[in-house]
Ligand binder design. Structure first.
Ligand SMILES: [Zn+2]
Length: 286
C-alpha cells in the first residue's frame, strides 16, 4: 500500500496527499482540468521546491492556485516558490481574512519572532532556510466562504466554519470527490495543537460545523497525519469538547490558572495543554 510519507496518495478522486517532514505536515493537491491546486506549502522555499519536483509525479499541469489552511509557518513559508519570479505565471494565492491579517502582522508578533529564533538555533539547515525566507501573503481573501472552479465543473469550496486551531482556519470541501481538507483543525499523527492563538472553547463546535458539510463516506485530510473517516473526526471532536468542559468547570470552581493543569483530568499530554488552559481562561474571563 502506498504511504503518504513517501509518495503521493490519491485519497479521493484526483485529490492527492503527501506527508512531509519536518512536522509531518500535509500537502494536498486537487487536480482540475485547468491546472493544479496546492494546499499548504511547508516551512521553507527549499521544501516547497521539493514539492514542485514531486508534483511532476502527478501531472505536468501548472500550479494555478495555492491555498493556505491557516497562518502557521509549516503551512505558508513555502508560498513564494509558487509566485514570480520562481513560478511564471504565478499561482493565485488564497487565505482567510484572519489568516492574511495575521501573516501581515507576523513581523511584529512576539510569538513569531521567538519561533524564528528557536528554529535558527536548531541547525545550520534551519538558518539557511530562514535566510532565504520570503513571506508571500495571499492576495485573494476568503471571508466566510468562496468557491473556486478548477475547470470542467470541478469545484473546491473554501469555508470558514468557526474558530479552533486559530481564528482563521479554512476547510476545503471537494464535493465531487467527497473529501474535506481540515488543516490543523484535525490532527491524526499527534494530539491537536493548542497554540497561543487557539480557541479551545470553540473548537469542538467548529468540527461539528465541518462535519455538517459532509456525508457518511467522506474522507478527511488532517493538517498532520494520515487521512481518516468520520469516526476518527467525531472521536477527536469529543476529546476537544472534554478539554473545553474541563476548562469551564475548573474556571467555574475558582481553580486558579496555575493550578488548573495539575488539578484537571486531561485527555492529552499536560505539556501540550498549557496554552489551551491559558486561552480558555482568558476567553472565560472576557
Ligand atoms: Zn497549525
Amino acid at each position: 500500500m502506498t504511504d503518504a510519507r513517501t509518495a503521493w496518495v490519491e485519497v479521493a478522486d484526483r485529490v492527492y496527499q503527501r506527508r512531509y517532514d519536518p512536522f509531518d505536515v500535509s500537502v494536498t493537491v486537487v487536480a482540475g482540468t485547468d491546472g493544479l491546486m496546492v494546499v499548504d506549502t511547508r516551512c521553507s522555499l527549499a521544501e516547497a521546491r521539493e514539492i514542485r519536483g514531486h508534483l511532476r509525479q502527478i501531472s505536468a499541469a501548472p500550479v494555478r492556485w495555492v491555498v493556505n489552511t491557516h497562518v502557521h509557518f509549516d503551512h505558508v513559508w513555502g508560498n513564494a516558490e509558487f509566485a514570480a519570479p520562481r513560478q511564471v505565471p504565478p499561482a493565485q494565492f488564497w487565505g482567510s481574512a484572519e489568516m492574511v491579517a495575521a501573516m501581515r502582522g507576523a513581523g511584529e508578533d512576539p510569538d513569531t519572532v521567538k519561533l524564528k529564533e528557536t528554529l535558527a538555533a536548531r541547525s545550520e539547515e534551519w538558518r539557511a532556510k530562514l535566510a532565504e525566507l520570503e513571506e508571500h501573503v495571499p492576495d485573494n481573501i476568503v471571508r466566510g466562504g468562496h468557491d473556486l472552479d478548477l475547470g470542467d465543473g470541478r469545484v473546491v469550496r473554501m469555508r470558514q466554519v468557526g474558530r479552533g486551531h486559530t481564528d482563521g482556519d479554512l476547510v476545503l470541501h471537494v464535493p465531487d470527490a467527497d473529501v474535506l481538507l481540515m488543516g490543523d483543525l484535525l490532527e491524526e499523527s499527534g494530539d491537536p495543537h493548542f497554540g497561543p492563538d487557539s480557541f479551545p472553547l470553540d473548537w469542538a463546535a467548529t468540527i461539528d460545523a465541518a462535519l455538517a458539510l459532509t456525508g457518511p463516506g467522506t474522507r478527511f485530510v488532517p493538517g498532520h497525519g494520515a487521512s481518516t473517516d468520520a469516526s476518527f473526526v467525531v472521536a477527536q471532536r469529543d476529546t476537544l469538547a472534554a478539554v473545553a468542559d474541563t476548562c469551564r468547570s475548573l474556571h467555574a470552581a475558582g481553580v486558579p490558572l496555575d493550578e488548573a493543569l495539575k488539578t484537571g483530568d486531561w485527555p492529552y499530554d499536560r505539556e501540550h495543554l498549557q496554552d489551551a488552559i491559558r486561552r480558555a481562561y482568558l476567553h472565560l474571563s472576557a
